[in-house]
Design a binder for this molecule. Structure first.
Ligand SMILES: Nc1ncnc2c1ncn2[C@@H]1O[C@H](COP(=O)(O)OP(=O)(O)OP(=O)(O)O)[C@@H](O)[C@H]1O
Ligand SMILES: [Mg+2]
Length: 369
């Protein structure tokens, strides 16, 4: 059989490094799931080989002094053949762990057996992949944060220099520019604080029964204020009107606010932003949909936009940090819920696979009858 056996783990590079041809790479004990059983078989086979050879040499009249080394060598060879691959994953894991300590996560761990060593190698490979991912995320985060902080700081500095040098008059318009950059900075810092709390896992949910009609109107008011004079129309539709959900109101506010802010930012002038809430089809939770009349999110970006610092192709120049949806996904996840971009045939860009419809589902068993 070629390729890894069930339960086996094999990095692609392992094939290239293999010194034994596939045809000769026989591992007779791989099928056994227990290391102890393998050891038992090894002992049994080598003792049997030794006993048989001793018998044969006695019958052939060979001197015990001559036959003993031969018997020992034969027992060792049979053990070696049977034990092929039993401990190599352990050696590979040692080498891979040493490489990981140096920041190199590429070391392959090849295990074809299904026993405890094979399972350990499999867990090791999963752990190595996760560590690599975490390490990459950390590096990206530091690089992105530095970059994101530099942009508003540079803008602010340039504006202040112009003011100090007398190039720009200190009129309200010039101060407005400085204020906008400062707001960007403080928004970024707020987001980063949220993310660091997220990573530290220190946020606890303060669950309460949130009545959605007044709640959504409140979020709309806050988002309309944040959207400044942007010309959009907000439509809130809660079915039934007294619908409520068990959630952390502050976190849910943050989620919906982020969605409304995005919707307002991407809406055309005079566009409608539709916010609707109802119980899910399966009646196991509450869904809140936010939809706008903007260009929407491309199908290939639907997962990516929920990652930190990721902006879709339609990123606007008004200065989003690319953190809003990542934080929203985390806050929804804290509730055990989901957030995703759904297909929406009514979306402006539906023909090209784009959609503006984002659905949040918060699990809620509903009022006990
Ligand atoms: N309603 C929408 N219509 C079109 N594109 C959207 C919409 N919502 C989000 N996006 C895309 O998803 C990207 C990620 O959104 P997210 O809210 O995470 O970041 P942001 O709005 O750019 O910045 P931030 O929310 O941190 O200020 C946006 O940059 C945008 O390209
Ligand atoms: Mg946003």
């Amino acid at each position: 059989m070629s390729g890894p056996r069930p339960g086996g783990v094999e990095a692609p590079a392992a094939h290239a490094r293999r010194r034994v041809p596939e045809r000769l790479d026989v591992r007779p004990l791989d099928r056994f799931r227990s290391f102890k059983v393998k050891l038992g078989i090894l002992v049994g086979v080598s003792v049997t080989v030794a006993a048989l050879l001793t018998q044969v040499s006695i019958r052939a009249g060979i001197e015990p002094l001559l036959s003993l080394p031969l018997v020992v060598i034969a027992a060792l060879v049979s053990t070696q053949l049977l034990a092929r691959g039993m401990t190599s994953p352990l050696r590979q894991m040692t080498a891979a762990a040493q490489a990981m300590a140096r920041g190199d996560y590429s070391g392959p761990v090849r295990a074809t057996s299904r026993d405890e060593v094979g399972q350990l190698a499999e867990a090791f490979s999963v752990m190595a992949a996760e560590l690599e991912q975490t390490d990459r995320t950390r590096r990206d985060l530091v690089a992105n944060v530095s970059h994101e902080l530099r942009t508003p700081v540079a803008g602010l500095r340039a504006q202040l220099e112009n003011l100090v040098d007398g190039v720009t008059e200190p009129d309200p318009a010039a101060l407005e520019v400085a204020l906008t950059e400062t707001e960007r900075l403080s928004q970024l810092v707020d987001h980063l604080l949220d993310l660091s709390r997220l990573d530290a896992g220190v946020i606890h949910l303060d669950l309460e029964e949130v009545e959605l009609t007044p709640f959504l109107h409140e979020v709309v008011d806050a988002a309309a204020l944040a959207a400044g004079g942007r010309d959009v129309r907000w439509i809130v539709d809660v079915d039934p009107p007294d619908l409520s959900v068990a959630a952390d109101a502050a976190r849910l506010h943050q989620v919906i606010h982020n969605l409304l802010e995005n919707a307002a930012r991407h809406s055309p002038a005079g566009g409608r932003i539709h916010i609707s809430a109802s119980r899910t089809g399966e009646d196991d939770g509450v869904r809140i949909d936010v939809d706008d009349e903007g260009p929407g999110i491309a199908r290939e970006d639907r997962d990516r936009v929920f990652e930190r610092f990721q902006r879709g192709g339609a990123a606007d120049s008004s200065g989003g940090t690319g953190l809003g949806l990542a934080i929203a996904r985390w806050a929804v996840g804290l509730h055990g819920g989901t957030i995703e971009v759904l297909d929406d045939p009514r979306s402006t860009g539906a023909q090209e696979g784009r959609s503006s419809l984002i659905r949040v589902v918060i699990p809620d068993p509903g009022p006990v009858a």
